[in-house]
Design a binder for this molecule. Structure first.
Ligand SMILES: CC(C)(COP(=O)(O)OP(=O)(O)OC[C@H]1O[C@@H](n2cnc3c(N)ncnc32)[C@H](O)[C@@H]1OP(=O)(O)O)[C@@H](O)C(=O)NCCC(=O)NCCS
Length: 218
């Protein structure tokens, strides 16, 4: 079992907490690796890449300064190749959202209605966004990073780690690491209660659902 964040993931991949001077690398990885591939953003009908980029950079601004985020780097080059953006939701600043951002925030709020009362009233560490650069994917890097989220949760005095998994791959990881699945919503079936519109009709296989998952920390 991993005892500290800085333990290398393999002989070629390291892991470390991210600091303010990493912000440019974090933003670049978010835009190049997350915005272009994350399934909920891809599923929003009529959202442009610019809208999604704008929204995701705001997400970085909201959570990154809290200091809970960490990442994987290539030991040879030092490049950041994987990222776990974490934060404490109640400490995050409210921001003005664009149209795509509003739709995604409403979906996520509805997904979170299934949180147990205990978690709603406890301090939770949220895994807000995760990504691994495509040329390093499917090698177990995110599984190794995700397994370390509980270390961050404990270090920041949280009772739970929660996440909204919008990728089938992150859903697999959470399940494998013992997270409880609290809610599952199919993108294509989600209907806004006011407009009766289906906002996520562009969802594509294999990422067809979002899952709310949580781990209670001892
Ligand atoms: C989701 C993501 C972070 C996974 O990173 P990763 O380092 O490739 O994940 P892992 O290698 O630990 O793989 C996790 C599981 O997904 C599977 N997987 C990962 N990439 C896959 C691929 N391209 N095809 C099929 N299965 C894949 C792995 O086989 C593994 O399953 P297993 O436990 O049954 O073996 C990465 O795909 C990504 O950055 N996606 C774009 C952004 C995104 O969707 N983020 C998640 C939002 S919640």
């Amino acid at each position: 079992m991993v005892k500290e964040i800085n333990e290398p993931i393999s002989s070629s991949i390291g892991c470390r907490m991210l600091v303010a001077s990493d912000q440019d690398q974090v933003e670049k990885l978010m835009v190049d690796s997350y915005t272009t591939r994350e399934a909920m953003g891809q599923a929003v009908s009529n959202a442009s890449l610019e809208d999604l980029k704008d929204h995701h950079l705001n997400v970085v601004k909201k959570y990154f300064p809290q200091g809970l985020s960490f990442g994987a780097y290539d030991i040879k080059t030092g490049e950041l190749i994987g990222l776990v953006l974490m934060g404490i939701p109640c400490e995050a600043k409210k921001q003005k959202l664009n149209d795509a951002g509003k739709k995604m925030a409403k979906f996520i709020a509805d997904l979170n209605l299934a949180l147990p009362d205990d978690a709603k009233t406890s301090r939770c560490a949220l895994i807000e966004a995760v990504t691994v650069r495509e040329d390093y994917c499917n090698m177990g890097i995110m599984t190794a990073l995700w397994d370390r989220c509980k270390l961050i949760g404990k270090a920041f005095n949280c009772s739970y780690v929660t996440s909204e998994c919008t990728s089938m791959y992150s859903q697999k990881i959470a399940k494998k690491l013992g997270y409880t699945i609290l809610n599952t919503i199919k993108f294509s079936e989600y209907t806004d209660e006011t407009t009766k519109e289906k906002w996520f009709s562009s969802a594509k296989p294999p990422h067809l659902t979002a899952q709310l998952v949580c781990l209670k920390l001892a």
